[in-house]
Design a protein around this ligand. Structure first.
Ligand code: GDP
Ligand code: GDP
Length: 434
């Protein structure tokens, strides 16, 4: 989990193009799913059997003159701090520029392996300028063309050589719960409350990246690992709304988790950033639940709870399969239920519904509300089965799979959810020809 490759360099050298090339396949699969925002900054890549996270720092560097001012500069540096390997990208077309030199200074301050990547070396002619880049003072310059892909294999061969091997996980099979949320939502307090209640905390697991702490718990008769990303803000004093640094951590613990608890401060309410992290968890098919914390601070009448819940559900839209629990970590209200819910989601994420049960229920639902005919053609769904995938995926076999439209797909998903308990679990539907 600790292999991070950061791509840095001035604007327009081709960072995003290269990034997209590295993470292309997975990104493409994810984009098939509707209702999900795209996240371009992070991606998972694999080369020669080694997996790593790629960060494109491009989004944080604007073309403006104050490029090296405070926050932006800080954020790029934080990304570099997290990286195991830095790809410093320059542009053969443009040759060496003053901004490249500025970047070189920043990169050099951090003693990490650096590869200078001379992009847009599309032709031999263009790669002539490559020599200039040795002036930046790094050992090697690798000519590549992100556009055509030439040279990318060579550099990746070198990069993965210095990445850590994917190590065996001694905690394999133990459910992993990631606690995510904006600063001050109460994440640390939650962990402390759990520990305080029963002193059965087992170990802080070593070998994980610096600022997210994995703790193995045996609590309430359950065995699980909690990942907390809270500590880091306190250390770096990242401002409330600029959480780039913590987001890298958050994304990693999200990717490593089985279930994500998205913690919200009841006083602040549900915010855009919360939705972003939820969309990402959905995209990665993680179990998801929302924990509205500090419920003790809200003045309540008989309707408050339902109203609050409804508001969040409206924001969730098609993701309203995500359960919402109201807690007060301070008063230790529903902390146990929160963990129980997370564990339940973990389990249903691997539930398999038998084909007979599925058909018995779903064929009736389909009969009640058949897919609307399209271009005069009738669509007939013949049977349904759950595929043997890691997370739930249901295949509907029909005569004209391409004619099933998103609204009908949503209907089917809703009926599946109404009949089988997949609370908090993203499910996927596919349509196959039969
Ligand atoms: P970023 O700002 O560093 O992320 O740069 P982009 O990835 O957005 O690329 C900037 C421009 O360079 C775009 O117009 C790309 O199409 C172009 N570009 C990227 N890679 C190559 C390449 O290998 N060859 C050529 N000729 N153009 C490229
Ligand atoms: P983190 O940044 O998400 O780890 O948040 P902390 O755990 O540090 O909590 C931020 C502040 O909120 C602290 O002052 C906590 O005491 C307070 N806090 C946490 N949970 C609750 C809660 O349920 N109710 C109230 N009233 N305060 C809380």
């Amino acid at each position: 989990m600790s292999n991070i490759v950061a791509i840095v360099g001035r604007p327009n050298v081709g960072k995003s193009t290269f990034f997209n090339r590295l993470v292309e396949k997975k990104q493409a699969i994810m984009d098939n799913e509707s209702g999900v925002t795209r996240d371009r900054q992070y991606g998972e890549a694999e080369w020669n059997g080694k997996r790593f996270t790629v960060i494109d720092t491009g989004g944080y560097v604007t073309g403006s003159e104050d490029i090296f001012e405070s926050e932006i500069r800080k954020q790029v540096k934080e990304a570099l701090n997290e990286a195991s390997v830095i790809l410093f990208m320059v542009d053969c077309h443009a040759g060496l520029t003053g901004l490249d030199k500025d970047f070189a200074k920043i990169v050099r301050e951090i003693s990490k392996p650096v590869f200078v990547v001379a992009n847009k070396a599309d032709t031999a002619e263009k790669s002539y300028t490559m020599g200039e880049f040795y002036a930046l003072g790094f050992d090697e310059v690798y000519p590549i063309s992100s556009a055509s892909g030439s040279g990318t294999g060579e550099i990746l061969d070198e990069v993965v050589k210095i990445l850590e091997p994917d190590h065996e996980d001694p905690y394999e099979g133990v459910p992993r719960i990631a606690i995510l949320g904006r600063p001050n939502a109460g994440k640390s307090s939650f962990l402390n409350a759990l520990v305080g209640r029963e002193r059965t905390i087992v170990t802080d697991i070593a070998g994980t990246t610096r600022d997210s702490i994995n703790t193995h718990y045996k609590l309430y008769g359950k065995d699980f690992i909690l990942t907390d990303t809270a500590g880091l803000r306190k250390k770096t004093k990242v401002k409330d709304d600029i959480e780039f640094y913590s987001t890298i951590r958050a994304i990693q613990s999200l990717q490593d988790s089985d279930v994500c608890i998205i913690m919200i401060d009841a006083e602040r309410g549900f915010e855009a950033q919360d939705m972003q992290i939820i969309s990402l968890a959905h995209k990665y098919k993680k179990g998801i639940m929302i924990m509205v914390n500090k419920w003790d601070l809200i003045e309540k009448d008989a309707k408050t709870h339902d109203k609050f819940k409804k508001e969040i559900e409206e924001r969730l839209g098609p993701l309203s399969y995500i359960p919402i629990i109201f807690t007060s970590v301070l008063q230790k209200q529903r902390i146990f239920q929160a963990i129980e819910l997370a564990m339940k989601i973990c389990e249903s994420r691997h539930d398999k519904v038998t084909t007979s049960a599925l058909n018995e229920v779903m064929l009736k639902e389909i009969e009640n509300y058949p897919p609307p005919a399209l271009k005069g053609k009738h669509i007939k769904i013949k049977y349904v089965t759950q595929l043997p995938t890691y997370t739930p995926c249901f295949a509907f076999f029909c005569n004209l799979p391409q004619y099933i439209k998103p609204p009908y797909e949503r209907y089917l998903e809703n009926r599946l959810r109404a009949n089988f308990d997949f609370e908090g679990v993203p499910i996927k539907l596919v349509f196959r020809k039969k």
